[in-house]
Design a protein around this ligand. Structure first.
Ligand code: ZN
Ligand code: ZN
Length: 457
């Protein structure tokens, strides 16, 4: 039966071993298609007592020579990846429609199902991939490889490639997937935004049109930014440099107000680096470098090499927040009334209509958020420190001020006097159900945090 099928395939014209073997690709795991084809050709020759003749890919009417170019294509991919670090790869192939048509005709002419066995596309992906993996000592990853090489077979002439044993680099497109560094940042000074904030007047150009042409923007003084720096601008260049990438994107687990500090354990973030040539910089070194350069305004901590999934993790993972606020009252407040008001708020679910300051374009809506815990100290009749732990998304300034009655209940409402947050610190960002930092999201080993032995003893 299989011999008859092979005989029928051979009768369609000159067919190379790979093209002959491919219709039987689901038989005998562990053989290449070329090995299957050669065995079938031998079997038919013996059965029919014919002289044995091979057909080189260059003479094959089905693949038109492409099945002889696995080595050359693999070599071109390896060359294109020179200087790029990667641990996993994937190869994809675009097969010219005429060759796909040949594959179908081959099977139909032999009386087989038009798509029986394996396609040339799959064989090319696997055979070229195996060679790339063996040369570079890397593993194939069909899900999210570090690098992806797409081969366009129409981009080179197979007969020329067989002759020259090489393929033009134009036929190979190498994509390098981003790499990710996770960490937590602290913002020890106020008036630092989390991400870079282009000037609203000049749109980031730093220039405006004057009488004599372009001059520095009055609003930003020519910097192009609303603020001198940002957490992103402190962190990003070092990570992009260390990974020798093209550019970086900062992803924070929420953000605090520009005028709020971010203290204690800090806030989770991921720095995404596009087209990295290096994927495993030393996180401890990188951390030290960033902290040295930041000079106290911003600190990073716990840097780790992270997976792609960590981006969604920091953006989507439900987190509660701890705050410390300095509060000023318009009228003197009685100590007992202050304590009673805090007791009222503890454990309460607060209704908050979207504050004006948040987003003028966003349609207003009322959200409900829980105050898990709250306490405080009245420092003078008109000043207090308030510390609280609240559900993610709680508007703290409005919980204190009532925002003109749009937040209910509020400290101001309960005390019957205007109250305002004069300084705000975020003192903790923690996952509601489990920590952000789960090992499944990291690519490197945890650091124990201890200093290396100095040999003083
Ligand atoms: Zn062929
Ligand atoms: Zn400007």
């Amino acid at each position: 039966m299989i011999t008859e099928d092979a005989r029928a395939l051979l009768s369609t014209g000159a067919v190379c071993d790979s093209c002959l073997g491919r219709p039987f690709a689901d038989r005998s795991f562990g053989l290449t298609n070329a090995e299957r084809g050669r065995a079938l050709r031998t079997t038919v020759a013996l059965a029919d007592d014919e002289d044995f003749e091979t057909t080189a890919p260059a003479d094959c009417w089905v693949c038109e020579g492409y099945c002889g170019t696995f080595d050359a294509v693999a070599e071109t991919i390896v060359d294109a990846l020179e200087g790029t670090e990667f641990a996993t790869y994937q190869v994809g192939t675009r097969v010219p429609p005429l060759v796909e048509e040949n594959e179908r005709l081959l099977r139909e002419d032999a009386g087989l199902e038009p798509d029986v066995g394996e396609s040339m596309k799959r064989e090319m992906n696997r055979e070229v991939g195996r060679r790339v993996g063996a040369t570079t000592e890397t593993e194939v990853d069909f899900d999210r490889p570090d690098v992806l090489a797409v081969v366009d077979l129409a981009g080179f002439d197979p007969l020329e490639a067989l002759e020259a044993e090489t393929v033009t680099s134009h036929a190979v497109d190498v994509q390098i997937n981003p790499a990710f560094v996770y960490g937590r940042y602290r913002k020890l000074e106020r008036d630092i935004p989390q991400t870079e904030w282009p000037c609203r007047e000049c749109g980031g150009s730093g220039v405006q049109l004057g009488d004599d042409g372009e001059e520095p923007c009055d609003y930003c003084g020519g910097s192009g930014y609303m603020y001198d720096t940002s957490v992103e601008q402190v962190v990003r260049p070092h990570v992009v440099d260390a990974m020798d990438g093209d550019e970086g994107t900062f992803h924070g687990a929420g953000r605090e107000d520009v005028d709020a500090r971010m203290l204690e354990e800090g806030r989770p973030f991921v720095l995404e680096v596009k087209r990295p040539a290096v994927r495993d910089p030393d996180p401890a070194e990188l951390e030290a470098e960033i902290n040295d350069a930041a000079d106290g305004a911003v600190e990073v901590d716990g840097l780790r090499l992270a997976t792609y999934e960590m981006v969604e993790r920091v953006k989507e993972h439900d987190a509660s927040k701890h705050y410390r606020a300095d509060v000023a009252f318009a009228e003197p407040v009685d100590g007992d009334a202050f304590e009673t008001a805090l007791d009222e708020l503890e454990g309460t679910t607060v209704e908050q209509y979207t504050p004006e300051r948040v987003d003028h374009r966003r349609a207003g809506l009322t959200r409900e958020r829980t105050v898990y815990a709250i306490d405080g100290d009245l420092r003078s009749p008109t000043e207090a420190e308030v510390r609280l732990h609240g559900e993610g998304g709680l508007y703290v300034k409005e919980l204190i001020s009532s925002d003109g009655g749009r937040t209910e209940p509020s400290l101001a409402g309960l005390l019957g006097t205007d109250a305002e947050v004069t300084a705000l610190d975020v003192t903790g960002v923690e996952g509601e159900n489990e920590p952000f930092e789960r090992e499944a999201y990291f690519l490197d080993e945890p650091r124990d945090g201890s200093e290396p032995a100095t040999g003083d003893a």
